[in-house]
Design a protein around this ligand. Sequence first.
Ligand code: P5A
Length: 444
Amino acid sequence: MLLSKSFIPILKNNPSEAKIKSHQLMLRVGMMKQASAGIYSWLPLGFKVMKKIEEIVRQEQNKIGAQEILMPTIQSSEIWKESGRYEDYGEEMLRIKDRQNREMLYGPTNEEQVTEIFRSSLKSYKSLPQLLYHIQWKFRDEIRPRFGIMRGREFYMKDAYSFDISDEEAFYSYNKFFLSYLRTFKRLSLTAIPMAADTGPIGGNLSHEFIILAETGESKIFTDKRIFDLNTNETELEKNSLEQMRKKYEQYYSVTDEKFNKDEFEKVVSEENRLITKGIEVGHIFYFGDKYSKAMGASVDLPGGKKDFVKMGSYGIGVSRLVGAIIEAKYDDKNEIMKWPLSVAPYDIALVPMINKNDTSALDKAININKELIKNNIDSLIDDTEENFSSKIKKMNLIGVPYQIIIGKSSEGDLLEFKEIGKETQNLSLTKIIETIKKQKNSN
Ligand code: P5A
């Protein structure tokens, strides 16, 4: 892609309305644009990143056997009246009337909708477990939308739902998602810590939030530092190993605000291991048993001939919020340098030829290099403008493409100036550069 033809509306300075670095950068490099309070249009750069995050989330859901569906954004109020949440949800729910005066709503979450789908089709324990998910826009009429897409009113969520025959089986499903979330965030190059959390309007009594540390986060957390040293290399989905893995995390005190108990914290965590800080909630999982299945009559026949309500859980990842969360974790705002993890970078590599009116040989060279990159499925952004070198580099550092090739007038021979953002320049052949990037891509 040529930079001159791309839709990347870069601003000279940070917009004053943005208070945190992700919001600043997203506006600065034109990743998104506000349409109205808490509602955004996604422009090419931001959209590419979000779609890559979505794809990683999807792959990890598929790996644990969850099946993808797509439920609508607009739901009927009937099912919410059945579950009892139509009134409870309050003003956060955007309520709409259609031309027949029927009460509809823009879905803030989909527990009711998915329970309705389940109960109308599945009747036997033989069909269980079922893990269903979708990736769809949600709307919550937040009283204080802020920090750009971090707390939006319209936002993109992956939400999954599990249906099981017993509590024991349901915990197995819960643990599968627990592990899958650790893997997902790792692929996004984030350290997300599971923390015991409150269930709020979703309900139930078992819940974990997945939180990444950030001063600007909205969740206050209380934790035993040692949880950060844990690493999960589990590849198996065995019941026992999954349970052990969750226990491994749960051995360390780690809770959000609502679950905090000072006496307990001070009793179980030694002073040097105590960490009280802030974080961003990027995922949240819940187990609520038969809360919805009972209220909405979603039951299955059991082996002995009896019937029982299915046991359910729900599992959310804030896909659009993750774009901002990765920026909060990776952007060095003092030096104005962003480095996207290659797994979600808007482009794999930037080509920066030094060009002036009389001499476009460096640009020609960049275009030739790009032909080889395309053959190797490497997506590049070519700065074909005539700006001076330092402003070109400054701009590329903000956009955050992780690798750069700098092509000077004097660049001759086979070796190219290759740079990974934040590291020293190396002289490498194009073949070697392609190999390096491909290797890095495959490792994710
Ligand atoms: C779990 C899936 C639920 O809604 N029902 C279906 C459950 N959980 S949740 O915690 O309320 O939301 C899941 C994740 O969505 C992100 N999120 C948001 N992102 C941007 N703007 C918002 N206003 C917003 N609200 C929630 C969070 O990442 C959250 O963990």
